[in-house]
Design a binder for this molecule. Sequence first.
Ligand code: PLP
Length: 428
Amino acid sequence: MSTDSYHSALPTTSIMASEENHNTFDVRRIRADFPILQRTVKGKPLVYLDNAATTQKPTAVIDALTAYYTGCNANIHRGIHTLADEATAAFEATREAARRFIGAASTEEIIFTRGTTESINLVAASWGREHIREGDEIILSTLEHHSNIVPWQMVAEERGARIRVVPVDEDGAFQYEAFLKLLSTRTRIVSIVHVSNALGVVQPIEDIIRAAHGVGALVLVDGAQSAVHLDIDVQRLDCDFFACAAHKIYGPTGVGILYAKHSILSTMAPYQGGGEMIREVRFTGTTYNDPPFRFEAGTPNIADVVAFRAAIEYVEAIGKPVIRAHEEALLAQVSERVLKIPGVRILGDIPGRIGVLSFTVDGVHPQDIGILLDNQGVAVRTGHHCTQPLMHRFGIAGTTRASLALYNTSEEMDFFATSLEKVVRMLS
Ligand code: PLP
């Protein structure tokens, strides 16, 4: 198969193939693109509301994986044979798609990792170890996922630096004035979640970045949840680092992106050593490759990276504003009904919340709610959502979280709300 024939064999989405679908949103057609949505759970149709944990995958992504393994599989970058060429081209085509997806200036600024967690660890271990010194400060917020806390704690401990935490109010809103007070010339980096996975609240990220730059600090944006819902333009945001993962954008697991400004990346030391990241190796010493390859030691997750392009193109073909409008309507519909259930409290119930309904019910354990909803085929997440400090702030062990995606329907919102009403009545 020539490069051309391999690429022409790659699947496209039914949405892309249909001109008439441009700018319209037909959720039934969308659902037909996701085979897993046909399955049942405990004899009931699956209602998948755990999208903030991971999204389901369209046929275009599944087919891209199969097409890669059946028509192309080879190791990349080093081979001179045809398959190696084709695999390299497909891998690098995803880098270009990812660049476009987040608005980076160059593919040299896109590093493939295993996920958001590894992207943040890379920055903490490489940039952090070099630039964070005793007495320096790292600013995080109460909303952070453990992935954006623990790597910084490790560096802070090693370097004798201090972590400062921006508080949230009772509604889960980021306290911007308190953030400004924490900023100082001691601040080396501000690492903040763009959209909270636990609550869906959106941080004033442009203002945060501008203010942090004002004191000479860098900013890492944890975009694990925002990349799928919001149009991201890292050049406009002017963030220094942006981390996200394919599996939350309808793509495969095991693939993440780290964006970093080239001027920063070119001075950063490698994260891991091995093949691919070197220019020349001698026992007397090694010189390193340029970014992004300097940060991609060893054989990467080639097939999943290749299939990630299909996910990006799928989302681009529909358009995030259209998807967001659909999800906003569903969230408003379900929030209104759930709020009427006695004893329910929605956390993060502030304007602009995205994709997430996180709530507690007086006297009822979230896990019991989750188990009983699962008996109805409804998949929600319960617990601390890897945000234990946030749960601690609210004085709770966890919440029940329903999180939305483009394939969820109004009927599903009604079914979820009705099931929840019954479950709460049973458990109260
Ligand atoms: N940050 C946030 C806000 C998340 O929601 C998640 C995953 O849920 C992560 C980081 C970790 O992401 P990954 O699973 O891609 O490592």
